[in-house]
Design a protein around this ligand. Structure first.
Ligand SMILES: O=C(O)CCC(=O)C(=O)O
Ligand SMILES: [Fe+2]
Length: 416
């Protein structure tokens, strides 16, 4: 991160605090053609901080092994290769013709069974008695850590989510999707309101993207969000539509879509498509994640308050429910800030590096300082939060106030 980007990003979050203006006024999604025209700091300043989508051209994935090895000369998946490499793995597969709450029901299959189904589905004119199946949210890089199918582009490398889950074990947010033409993902915003990036190894996708807040116009009489925003009921004539039309992206083979934090979206595979997707959080959207957790907890509390039975340890029950519906509770979020905060403080203790002014350079000391300032701000807000204060804080080690003080001192020392 260069000095100018550090200064403008720090000022942005100082001025807008934890609720940046965020409303996307543009009608068009930027397309970046040449990798050497986009430095790390450019991406940080123009897309991450203002939370704006963009598309990176196929030149950005040109060197990936998966783009050669997983794809035949005709641009279609190379089934023989995929069977040899991944046939024995167990993979999650969604049934796109069915609905379970707000997603497609999933089952575990052997990758071989899915690939054979897919090949037959194509041979049958894209139809099958089994319906349309979609392999999704497969943790390929966890199952095959040695596989060199892709490298994460530097723009997406400040990734607190995977840094934390890699440190504590048990989960990660790096996925592969494989689906026939017609497979699709229903309307949603991503886990923890994280960012995502999604690269097509082969095939094409159609994305419909809604800036934060626009989803409110799509709720039905019960307040529920739609499952399918392309369903006829929702296609009101333009004059009667209250919200704006979504942004549409047609993503070609090799291209990468950057999905900002908290943007609802729906995605359809226009061809037989394989994609790689990561979800991530960093200093630019950690406050959005924290806001999301507070909103989810409030929803859980409302739900619980409707029960007639007295509930023992209500705040602990609420945390349990929060963890099961949102994927993390307040203590987990505290640990998350602790791990990232300590890692950044230790980078700063090592002293300045040479990257300060270099345009296009990746994370370094200034980035560590930016991150630490953001972690401190959100940690202070967590510690001041009434629901957090009701938890057994004395059992946390380090104690939250001690951790906050340590991290604040590390920021002060670095700013001297
Ligand atoms: O490609 C898909 O089907 C869904 C991808 C998605 O929702 C995402 O990358 O956030
Ligand atoms: Fe998504």
């Amino acid at each position: 991160m260069d000095r100018a980007t550090f200064a403008s990003s720090t000022a942005f979050f100082r001025d807008f605090g934890n609720c940046p203006p965020g409303v996307f006024a543009g009608e068009r999604v930027d397309f970046i053609d040449k990798p050497d025209s986009l430095g790390y700091s450019d991406f940080f300043r123009d897309y991450l901080v203002p939370n704006r989508p963009c598309v990176l051209s196929a030149a950005f994935t040109e060197g990936w092994g998966s783009r050669r090895a997983w794809v035949g000369r005709d641009g279609k998946p190379d089934f023989e290769h995929l069977l040899r490499e991944f046939g024995d793995a167990a993979v999650p597969v969604a049934k796109c013709d069915l609905r379970e709450y707000n997603s497609h029901p999933k089952e575990q299959l052997a990758c071989r069974e899915f690939l054979e189904y897919w090949r037959e589905y194509i041979g049958n004119g894209h139809s099958s008695a089994r319906g349309c199946l979609y392999l999704k949210d497969w943790h390929l890089s966890r199952a095959f850590p040695e596989h060199d199918g892709y490298t994460t582009p530097v723009y997406f490398s400040s990734d607190w989510l995977n840094e934390y889950w890699d440190a504590v074990g048990g989960d990660d947010f790096r996925f592969v999707y494989m689906g026939p033409k017609g497979s699709w993902t229903p309307f949603h915003a991503d886990v923890f309101r994280s960012y995502s990036w999604s690269a097509n190894v082969c095939g094409r996708k159609r994305w419909l993207l809604f800036p934060p807040g626009q989803e409110e116009f799509l709720r039905d009489a019960r307040g529920d969000l739609p499952f399918d925003v392309t369903a006829p009921r929702l296609r009101a004539p333009a004059g009667r539509r209250r919200g704006r039309a979504p942004l549409e992206i047609l993503q070609e083979a090799g291209e990468i879509v950057f999905v900002p934090s908290g943007w609802h979206h729906q995605v359809q595979n226009l061809e037989d498509t394989i994609s790689i997707n990561h979800n991530w959080v960093n200093g630019c959207n950690v406050a959005v994640m924290w806001r999301f957790l507070q909103d989810e907890l409030a929803a859980v509390q409302r739900e619980l308050s409707q029960w007639n039975e007295p509930v023992e340890d209500r705040h602990l029950q609420c945390q349990l429910l929060l963890k099961s519906c949102a994927g993390i509770d307040y203590e987990g979020f505290y640990r998350f800030l602790e791990v990232v905060g300590r890692n950044r403080a230790s980078v700063l203790e090592k002293g300045p590096d040479a990257e300060g002014g270099a345009a296009g350079s990746g994370p370094g000391t200034l980035h560590a300082l930016f991150d630490l300032q953001r972690a401190v701000e959100v940690l202070a807000s967590l510690i001041a939060n009434e629901d957090f204060r009701q938890l057994e804080l004395s059992s946390l080690s380090p104690r939250p106030d001690v951790l906050l003080q340590r991290l604040e001192s590390a920021v002060d020392a670095a700013l001297l």
